[in-house]
Design a protein around this ligand. Structure first.
Ligand SMILES: Cc1cc2nc3c(=O)[nH]c(=O)nc-3n(C[C@H](O)[C@H](O)[C@H](O)COP(=O)(O)OP(=O)(O)OC[C@H]3O[C@@H](n4cnc5c(N)ncnc54)[C@H](O)[C@@H]3O)c2cc1C
Length: 336
């Protein structure tokens, strides 16, 4: 296959993985990002970065689970920087029905009792009577993974341009004999009629007295939330799912829900320092399934919804196969 000239617009998790997959296949990649490098990444900066295909299948269609399983495998085999310790799903005793419902809706888990919860996460010993453990799930450290992908791209010889918004990616000229891949996330909504924004709020805290080694999800009938260890005593607490394209500051109600979740999982979070309260806007199509929209020599890769980290490697593989061989994933690749 001859080498393609490829311009990718947007250095969020979708754009970075598109660039990484194509660069490691030997294509000439230029990645163009609107923001300065330190502030780049759009909604990808705020993700928990859980790679949890089974847990997410509770509310996601089968195709998302399949893309997620492939994505998880590719993170491990092609990139690394993955913490593979599984996910732990807990609920207060009064919410035991939530745990049973979650177990029915998902696979890839086993029930664990109070003693095993304490073996997995000593800080949670005696706090929950039963839980679900998903041993094959993983997570990455969000901002470290974004930086590591950028460095990997530089090592592969890609050209990275930061701090210059592309004025109109849908109409920008493709490089001679090449292709433009538009990965602008929610910024592409004017060119993708059905794309919508779904707000997600999160907190980052430093809690030196708490030691959790894997994502812990607390089931609750009203606000199921989770805690992800980000390393160096910091934890990401996420995330609200609000059907609104709103980039504004985190509301008091959401802050109470997020911080209250951490406190319910372990009261030592009460002494944590709040480092950050932020909101991102997830790009989503009506069915919450991502798409690769083909417009001549332009591809628009979008609609990551809650699963951008999980699915990015699979979407990058599908786009690269499409460009190299013309093979079209029947559910993901559509003409625009
Ligand atoms: C709070 C929260 C928690 C989440 N947790 C998880 C999780 O645990 N696991 C998971 O898999 N997913 C999670 N997600 C979802 C995930 O973050 C999104 O699906 C993902 O970030 C979408 O990535 P993207 O690359 O499509 O868009 P973005 O990350 O928004 O990136 C788009 C990029 O394009 C750039 N851009 C825009 N316009 C232009 C232009 N004109 N020229 C050049 N560049 C441009 C932007 O600056 C940005 O860098 C979470 C999301 C949120 C908000």
């Amino acid at each position: 296959m001859s080498k393609l000239e490829i311009t990718i617009v947007g250095a969020g998790i979708f754009g970075l993985w598109q660039a990484f997959e194509l660069a490691r296949r030997g294509h000439a990649v230029t990645l163009r990002e609107a923001m300065p490098e330190a502030e780049s990444g759009g909604s990808s900066r705020f993700a928990g970065a859980m790679l949890a295909p089974y847990c997410e299948a509770e509310a996601a269609p089968e195709v998302v689970k399949q893309l997620g399983l492939e994505g998880l495998a590719l993170w491990r085999s092609a990139f690394g920087h993955v913490t593979q310790k599984g996910s732990l799903v807990v609920a207060a005793a009064r919410d035991a029905t939530e745990l049973r419902r979650f177990a029915r809706m998902t696979e890839g888990h086993r029930g664990v009792d109070q003693a095993e919860i304490g073996e997995l996460e000593p800080d949670l010993a005696g706090r929950f009577g039963s839980a679900l453990f998903f041993p094959t799930e993983a997570h990455v450290s969000t901002r470290h993974a974004l930086a590591a992908l950028r460095e990997a791209l530089r090592r592969l010889g890609a050209n990275l341009v930061f701090g210059e918004p592309v004025a109109d990616p849908v109409w920008m000229a493709a490089p001679a004999g090449g292709v433009v891949i538009d990965c602008r996330g929610i910024a592409a909504r004017d060119d993708l009629e059905t794309l919508r924004g779904v707000r997600g709020e999160m907190a980052v805290v430093r809690a030196g007295d708490v030691h959790l080694s894997r994502p812990v999800r607390l089931l609750h009938p009203r606000f199921p939330l989770y805690i992800v260890p980000w390393g160096a005593d910091t934890y990401m607490i996420g995330a609200t799912v609000i059907e609104r394209e709103d980039f504004g500051a985190v509301t008091l109600r959401s802050a109470l829900d997020l911080l209250g979740t951490a406190y319910a999982v372990h009261p030592a979070f009460g002494e944590a320092e709040i480092l950050e309260l932020s909101a991102g806007v997830r790009p989503a199509f009506p069915d919450n399934v991502p798409r690769i929209v083909v417009k001549g020599r332009r591809l628009m890769v979008n609609g990551a919804y809650r699963h951008g980290y999980l699915m990015a490697p699979a979407l990058a593989r599908i786009a690269a196969d499409l460009l190299e061989t013309g093979v079209r994933h029947p559910e993901i690749v559509i003409d625009g």
